[in-house]
Design a protein around this ligand. Structure first.
Ligand SMILES: *Cc1c(COP(=O)(O)O)cnc(C)c1O
Ligand code: SF4
Length: 465
């Protein structure tokens, strides 16, 4: 499996280390009993996982279980919290409702109905994704893409609407539970390509999901290669949002189409495009296995830029030490820290949420402890309805304690980098809980935002429903 490196004549950099291959083995709800490591749990703990996994999507794999989770540190292990459900992820009312349904021995369909009732209480589509971000062409919504910021379109390939394992806090969870009314993905017509072709202001295409890297080389190629044609010359940057380096690094090392994939990446860059992997890393433990280091080296050897991002998640990475160490290790491995997010208001939000003020402290403490090479990480960021809002700081102005906020991205690009202020609130966890400082009625962008949104909503209702 060294074919590609040999061709590039870089084999000597990698020494003689060979990576044993691993075949992906996925465990879902029905396979819980077959995970030998779970024997360390009590029957009750196992049942709790089962109850929550009937509502929120559950999936782990043999790499996560065998190489990432430290089973001598259960339940505290961060990767265990990242992938295995905990009872408190549902309210006690929701939990009991599902537990009762299971104990009554209800059938699959009935369990699903109970699950759906609970799911609808969990804000499946935060930030109005359905109505506010779907673009139109000839009065028809374009399937499977979102266009929120002028330069960048998100593409949700049909084959990438799953991941190698699921994060328990996932803000895209509604995509995975199989309710068609909650899903979106590209359709067969590939009409989104026409949209990209016709909109020359778009410079960036970001493939996302789920995880596009669950797709085979051939499927990926069908999405990536067309972008090398002259009619897409305006698309300069291709990004792939993925957690595969954390959950299945074998994708780039020993999977049977790993070399083909690297060659495709090489080709994309040789045609003058910037290719970036937007890698989701939640914890430095995900950077420490031999195989992830090797995957990173292989990607970097062909010139792929790897930028990193993650939300701050209680029980997983809510200390500055974790971030400090994670950024340092990332820089050491040649990765570029990019975003620190505040967790969105969806799914098991109550279980994972960390107040904005605390996330800011985590960011500041970590940021001030690292060298400039790690200070490329921007944050903490809320990807909210009006745009990506960063907490610049906490200040006292005219005796009022305030959050200093700024847009990194906005529905109207003109809102970017115009500092604005919200009253300090030590408990607030999301933008909608903040109020303007200095007794002002509203934030400077609100009127314009509501115009933009009502226009979109009308068009959506007219054409889609
Ligand atoms: C974050 C994000 C992007 C990319 O923004 P960059 O600042 O260019 O990384 C694009 N679209 C949406 C909807 C986003 O949330
Ligand atoms: S990898 Fe991303 S999309 Fe997949 S479960 Fe985790 S947060 Fe969700």
């Amino acid at each position: 499996m060294l074919v590609y490196e040999e061709k590039k004549n870089i084999n000597h950099f990698l020494g003689d280390i060979m990576t044993d291959s691993k075949k992906l083995k996925i465990y879902q709800l029905k396979d819980l009993e077959n995970i030998p490591q779970l024997k360390v749990l009590s029957q009750e703990e196992l049942f709790n996982i089962k109850v929550v996994a009937n509502v929120l999507p559950f999936r782990v794999n043999n790499y996560v279980i065998e190489e990432l989770i430290d089973w001598s540190n259960i339940p505290d292990d961060p990767i265990f919290h990242l992938t295995f459900m905990q009872k408190d992820m549902l309210s006690s009312k929701q939990f009991n409702k599902m537990a009762d349904a299971i104990n009554k021995g209800l059938g699959k369909q009935e369990l699903k109905e109970v699950a759906n009732e609970i799911r609808h209480e969990l804000n499946p589509h935060p930030a109005g994704q359905l109505t506010a971000n779907i673009p139109f062409m000839d009065d028809e919504p374009v399937q499977g893409i979102q266009h929120k910021y002028r330069e960048t379109v998100l593409v949700f390939p049909t084959g990438g609407q799953t991941c190698h394992a699921y994060c328990t806090f996932c803000f895209r969870w509604a995509q995975f539970v199989g309710n068609n009314d909650m899903q979106f993905a590209t359709d067969e017509s590939k009409k989104f390509q026409e949209y990209l072709m016709n909109n020359k202001q778009i410079t960036d295409v970001l493939f996302t999901g789920g995880d596009p890297m669950v797709m085979s080389y051939l499927k990926l190629k069908a999405y990536l290669e067309p972008l090398l044609e002259p009619e897409f010359d305006h698309i300069k940057n291709i990004r792939i949002g993925t957690k595969s380096l954390s959950y299945w690094p074998y994708r780039y090392v020993t999977d049977k189409d790993a070399d083909d994939l690297l060659e495709l990446f090489d080709k994309i860059m040789s045609k003058g495009k910037h290719l970036a992997i937007m890698a989701h890393f939640s914890h430095y433990k995900e950077l420490e296995t031999e195989v992830v280091k090797r995957a990173i080296r292989r990607l970097r050897n062909v010139g792929v830029k790897i930028r990193t991002q993650s939300p701050v998640i209680k029980h997983v990475n809510d200390t500055s030490q974790v971030w400090e160490k994670m950024w340092q290790q990332q820089v050491n491995l040649g990765l570029i820290p990019y975003y620190m997010f505040i967790e969105r208001n969806t799914g098991a939000k109550n279980y994972f949420e960390v107040p904005i003020a605390k996330v800011f402290e985590i960011y500041r403490e970590a940021f001030k402890s690292v060298s400039g090479l790690s200070r490329t990480a921007r944050g903490p960021v809320m990807s909210a309805m009006p745009g990506k809002i960063v907490i610049e700081g906490i200040a006292e102005i005219n005796n009022e304690k305030v959050f200093v906020l700024n847009f990194l991205q906005a529905r109207n690009p003109d809102w970017v980098k115009r500092p604005f202020f919200a009253s300090y609130d030590s408990k607030a966890t999301w933008f909608n809980e903040l109020v303007p400082a200095f007794g002002e009625e509203e934030f400077f962008f609100e009127e314009e935002l509501s115009d933009i949104l009502s226009e979109k909503r009308e068009r959506f209702i007219e054409n889609f429903l």
